[in-house]
Design a protein. Structure first.
Length: 278
């Protein structure tokens, strides 16, 4: 095994650990505080759907002979850059997201004080339903395609690879918007109290290493379609890092040391209710 292979494997293990550990700080902080105030269920709820989709797509890219053959036909004989650690990361992320979501939806079971952020916003519910309906529509199209099991027609026809891409794009869409509600909540509260900055620092480190690993893998294949062929993994690192920078700016610069509003206003739902009362 050459130097680049070793470096890629090292980056893969390290980003797996960083991203995996990043799921724990928020749930642990909630448990210590016995409250989810200052945060919203929107993030862990939509994250659960995102990692479910990521798990399904990664498993298909890694294990399915048909999906791998159709991928090779579409991308000049190359194989997907998905690795086993991507699958274990997705499974772990899904499990931890479900656990964290339960702290919001069932606070009394955890001994928590209920907060306004325990109710999902209409924005996140709309994204959730839209993703499910979109994937169902693509599956319907693929099922109606006579070439769905073909490898020779994978370039020009609807095949099962397109269905897997549709599922993987759910993760991409969710990555683009999942942090937005919490950014807004922090802005309205003028504080990051209740939101774990440690998870953000770990996420930023993991994103950097994920991009580095994928770049090394594509370089070794002498073809950058290793990135264009797996846009979800590439976007995961880039988009998450942009949000991480926003959260770090809020925590360390804009609202440094702030305790937030005297009255709880910790959710998009709560803000909507306050406007209706006014």
């Amino acid at each position: 095994m050459g130097f680049l292979e070793v470096l890629s494997a090292l980056f893969g293990v390290t980003y797996f650990l960083a991203w995996s550990i990043s799921f724990y700080p928020q749930s642990m902080l909630n448990f210590r505080r016995k409250s989810t105030s200052g945060t919203t269920v929107d993030f862990p709820l939509i994250n659960s759907l995102g990692f479910a989709a990521y798990l399904v797509s990664n498993t298909a890219f890694y294990y399915s002979p048909l999906i791998r053959a159709q991928y090779a036909a579409r991308y000049k004989g190359l194989t997907p850059t998905v690795q086993f650690n991507d699958i274990t990361f997705a499974a772990h992320g899904f499990l931890l997201s479900i656990i964290t979501t339960s702290q919001y939806l069932y606070p009394r079971a955890w001994g928590f004080t209920p907060s306004m952020g325990n109710k999902p916003s209409r924005f996140i519910l709309g994204i959730f339903v839209g993703c499910v309906v979109g994937v169902a529509a693509i599956l319907f199209i693929v099922l109606g395609s006579p070439e769905r099991d073909s490898t020779h027609d994978a370039v020009s026809s609807w095949v099962w690879l397109d269905a897997i891409y549709a599922i993987s794009y759910v993760k991409l869409i969710i990555t683009l918007i999942k942090y937005t509600p919490q950014v807004i909540v922090n802005y309205r509260n003028r504080s990051t109290k209740g939101w774990s900055i440690l998870q953000i620092l770990l996420d930023f480190s993991g994103g950097s290493l994920s991009i580095a690993q994928q770049s090394i893998d594509s370089y070794m294949q002498r073809d950058w379609s290793g990135i264009t062929g797996n846009p979800v993994k590439f976007a995961l690192g880039n988009v998450s890092m942009c949000y991480d920078l926003i959260f770090m700016t809020q925590h360390y610069v804009l609202y440094r040391g702030a305790d937030g509003k005297s009255e709880e206003g910790d959710s998009l739902v709560g803000a909507d209710e306050e406007r209706r009362i006014d």
